[in-house]
Write a protein that binds this ligand. Structure first.
Ligand SMILES: *[C@@H]1O[C@H](CO)[C@@H](O)[C@H](O)[C@H]1NC(C)=O
Ligand SMILES: *[C@@H]1O[C@H](CO)[C@@H](O)[C@H](O)[C@H]1NC(C)=O
Length: 488
């Protein structure tokens, strides 16, 4: 039985899904890029005969509806492994609740594209379950074994000639990256860790690939030049990033999969790495290719891939960071510059609804599974409505009916960080969540609003009063902070 609200929600979701289904299927061959081609891509001069390659891979989510993030990380591991990195130098963070999830149609197997092979096999389980924390991530980057809580004990024990590759994929929000176990990663803490790592003199250069919504906000105005760090992000500071290979799209996952298999930016860089001799492809060439594929011709979906930090590092070959698969030795970037079609995509923040909807749609009429899927969808929708309305109301209570929405939506000028006082942001997030429940992966989008409340000079007491007024009852469903803990 569906009440009218639920039926309305289903129709909205269905419309949103239909709206992104219409696809192309051919590979697009890009003309080779003559510009820069002559000077870039010769691996000879700057090889890695000294120094070790290190990698840290992190999937920041849990739950079957977030299948794609762990699939991305497993795929990245396979690239590094085939590229010649050693397991002792690859550190993997993933919740590890996908391969053997009861929803997984192929037990023990994870795929990252519709016809992809198993990417789960052999992936080291360094930090799993509740060990996937911001605290352990920072300890690993800093090479500080004594700071670890649980896990394999592997850390980036690097020296001054070494190169480090970091890849993170998950939900995010302005200034924040999700983690399966709270609290989240805040941009200022991450940047501090990178500065400390640099100050310790334990790397030559570092490349950071980051997939998350509003990923640009992690580095914008925050990552200085001179740390020998080159970062690219799936999205700019103000937009969503996108899941791909989702049910109902083209190309879609095999029919038994009711979840997205990958993320648009992530599969763009990885599918490029899969087929090329990475001694002949530079970071910059990959950035441009990935930017084009992820932008999707600036259509309805897609995002702006950005680069930050020491852009001069981008003339280096990918090989210096991720190695290269000897089987691709004859496939240079310029000879085989193939760009997959802009695949259809689903907003990161709607991918959970796609999963619940697809599960609902396929479950037999009257089955327990159908009822469960309906409950999941209804709760997810109720949570969204509750969080959206609460934040709006807090804004109106603090700044007035007219001015409230404007203050919350304001965007800092380009090159400025999201918030002036990060401690204010963290304490106001906690204050809000104390009264209104967890923001959760969807609610992270409101970090900008809370940052703006800080930028306007509001204090904890004012936030507490407004939140208490806006949220008269505390939600008890599964998205509540009763179950999820606090984000800050
Ligand atoms: C490592 O972490 C421990 C515990 O957090 C801390 O006391 C120590 O100062 C850290 N060591 C370094 C070298 O940063
Ligand atoms: C690359 O081409 C050369 C010359 O044709 C051939 O000998 C070699 O086996 C090829 N390598 C790979 C990995 O296919």
């Amino acid at each position: 039985m569906m009440d009218r609200y639920t039926a309305g929600a289903f129709i909205l979701v269905a419309l949103a899904i239909v709206a992104v289904v219409d696809g192309r299927n051919d590979f697009i061959k890009l003309p080779s890029e003559a510009r820069g081609g002559a000077t870039e891509g010769n691996g000879g001069a700057d090889d890695d005969s000294v120094g070790t390659k290190w990698a840290v891979l992190l999937a920041g989510s849990s739950g079957y509806w977030n299948y794609r993030h762990q699939a991305d990380v497993c795929h990245a591991y396979q690239i590094l492994k085939k590229g010649g990195l050693k397991d002792e130098n690859i550190i993997v963070f993933m919740y590890d609740d996908i391969a053997n999830n009861e929803e997984n149609p192929r037990p023990g197997v994870i795929i990252n594209s519709p016809h992809g092979e198993d990417v789960y096999k052999g992936v080291p389980k360094d930090y799993v379950g509740n060990e996937v924390t911001a605290h352990n991530f920072f300890a690993v980057l800093l090479g500080n074994k004594t700071a670890l809580t649980g896990g394999s004990g592997k850390v980036v024990d690097s020296g001054p000639d070494d190169r480090i590759f970091i890849y993170y994929t998950d939900h995010g929000g302005p200034g924040v990256l999700g983690m399966p176990t709270s609290p989240y990663i805040y941009a200022d803490d991450l940047i501090d860790v990178l500065k400390k790592k640099h100050a310790s003199g334990t790397y030559k250069s570092l490349v950071f690939y980051l997939e998350a919504c509003e990923a640009g906000s992690i580095f914008e105005g925050l990552l200085p030049e001179g740390l020998n760090i080159y970062a690219t992000t799936a999205s700019n500071a103000e937009e969503s990033s996108w899941g791909t290979y989702c049910p109902g799209e083209y190309p879609s996952p095999p029919p038994e999969y009711e979840t997205c298999l990958g993320d648009l930016y992530s599969v763009a860089w990885m599918e490029d790495c899969d087929v090329h001799n990475l001694r002949t492809e530079t970071l910059r060439q990959q950035y441009q290719l990935v930017k084009e594929r992820t932008a999707n011709e600036n259509g309805y979906y897609g995002s702006h891939v950005m680069q930050y930090g020491d852009l001069k590092l981008s003339v280096e070959n990918l090989f210096m960071y991720v190695g290269t698969n000897p089987a691709n030795d004859n496939y240079t970037f310029l000879d085989a510059n193939s760009l997959r079609p802009s695949s259809k995509a689903v907003n990161q923040r709607d991918a959970d609804l796609v999963h619940f909807w697809d599960k609902f749609r396929k479950a037999p009429e009257g089955s327990a599974r159908k009822i469960e899927a309906q409950k999941q969808l209804t709760e997810a929708m109720a949570h969204r409505t509750h969080i959206d309305n609460s934040i709006k109301m807090v804004g109106k209570l603090l700044f007035g009916f007219e001015k409230g929405p404007r203050v919350l939506k304001a965007v800092q000028p380009a090159g400025q960080p999201l918030v002036n006082d990060w401690n204010c942001l963290k304490s106001l997030v906690r204050t809000f969540e104390t009264h209104c429940g967890s923001l959760s992966q969807y609610g992270m989008k409101h970090m900008r609003s809370i940052a703006n409340i800080c930028n306007a000079g509001m204090k904890i007491e004012q936030m507490a009063e407004a939140s208490a007024q806006a949220c008269t009852s505390f939600p008890s469903y599964s998205w509540s902070s009763l179950h999820r803990g606090f984000s800050a």
